[in-house]
Design a protein around this ligand. Sequence first.
Ligand code: ADP
Ligand code: MG
Length: 613
Amino acid sequence: MSSIIQLLPDHVANQIAAGEVVQRPASVVKELLENAVDARATDIKLILKDAGKALVQVIDNGLGMSVTDARLCFERHATSKIRQAEDLFSLHTKGFRGEALASIAAIAHMEMKTKQDQEELGTHIVIEGSKFVSQDVAVLPKGTSFAVKNLFFNIPARRNFLKSDTVEYRHIIDEFQRVALAHPKIYFTFYHNGSEMFNLPPSTLRQRIVNIFSGKTNEKLVPVQEETEIVTIQGFVSKPEFAKKNRGEQFFFVNDRFIKSGYLHHAVMAAYDGILKDGAQPSYFLYLSVPPNTIDINIHPTKTEIKFDDEHALYAILRASIKHSLGQFNVAPVLDFDRDSNLDTPYHYKDLEGATPTIQVDGNFNPFSEEKPSKQFSSYRKPEPTANWESLYVGLKQDTDEIGHITFENEEVTSSLFNDEEVEHSVHKTYQIHKKYIVSSIKSGMVIVDQQRAHQRVLYEQFLVNMTVNQASSQQLLFPLNLFFSSSEMDLIAELQLSLMNTGFVFEENNTDHIVISGIPVNVTESEVSLVLEQLLSDLQDGIPESSFSQNDTIAKSMAKSLAVKTGTHLTEKEQENLVNGLFACKEPNISPFHKPTFITMRVEDLDKKFAI
Ligand code: ADP
Ligand code: MG
């Protein structure tokens, strides 16, 4: 029998490829805009007629093409962006498949003008349904212009499949916004049927968002910034009170490329857990930078999906950093705390080996003294830089750029959150009410902190850091403690021994029915030891969690619960201050480890309303 397999002619192959790459006018917009960005343009114009059905034109001032390249760019698999397969793992460009122009040219009338900076003359090419119609030399400005007319002219079925102009226009806006948001330093203009729709001069990221989504967006945004070994996160999320019913402005960019990710979206939603009304959707504009070799963007022809090497860590980091920003900004966007870098990466705790705690002997400790050692608020993480409330206010006056880890791009947001007057005249900075709440004045009104929950949060994070990142310090006991337990309890303790040592416990010897403890964590007093351990054993009745992360988490929670100051405890002014400062230096200050709110704020307007009755 004769052979029947034939290679498809190029124009047929191109039409088939076009089915994947070009679904609608918006796909053309995306490909042309991305090519202009890749050509390092600083000024890009998008011109449309009839929602792109009649014309999509993109004019850039980028590198342009040589005569040969101008011709070659319409060939399938013609790309200047990769040369070998390995290049796929270090991509810094949007394109790499060399398919877009060939595909578009197969199903539209296309005209291209291009000139390189150093050349006198440029090239003008007309191509229709993959056929070259003409090629001329022309006097042109530097850069490239692509005009795509009569999309799907030779595939009526696809043309008829297009939706109304309104719908197609909406899709184009989406693509345009994604590219414009990814590149705030590029000047974008956008015309539709002769009217200017967007004019976006080069700006900061924040300003770009505001220029696209209206001036009101500014007050809704909370900056997010996090730098770890595996990812750098920047961008903005919306304050919970501005959440919307529909999923509108939600953007992830990875290495300046817009991507969709249900998984990362989930991480964002998890950060808002408990602070959004049912079904409400926050806006977010999040920019992740990861080493190019840790992602695979090649899994989808239109390249909006992406695979990460370490999705789980990314999830955890994203969630934590957003929570942190939201918590911090809930009360006052400018708490000028000094962030403990140790808290940045409890994520690589798993690489750390259990360390034997070091011993610090408290030389002043007198076991015969009547006086009970007071709670060691001074052992909060970094109390010094924030020990003084004034410093919270003062710092921001001088330095609006860099507050902790957060870079503000817009002065409006950071200045004058606290009144000068208030700072100068405030004598009492905090008050304790009913031995339960601590009240303090902030510019927008006041903040009321639940002392017990706040202290739980502080201790919880402190223990977690000690267990995962730091080596905890211990206080050595003059007389070792003998504590007796049942044999099943002894088994549990044996299993937890390493984690407990990481919190600062030192075990002397293991017996069958009792343990001997010679050192205890610095923030635990001797009389509290048995209480702490009993509470822990009862919290672990249902078994010890398997992963060491959950194990640490459970221990930290349990110890925080046992050791936190209780409602009904009087706190000195210094203790109140330390507690409040300690709270706002936390990663997630707004909730206790048991997901209860740690503080509320009341705006002056809320108070005014109450008095207006
Ligand atoms: P890809 O972007 O995947 O490389 P395209 O089909 O989109 O494939 O483009 C093919 C090639 O044409 C690009 O690699 C680039 O060299 C060139 N090119 C396309 N658009 C432009 C432009 N606006 N300016 C300069 N060169 C361009
Ligand atoms: Mg391209």
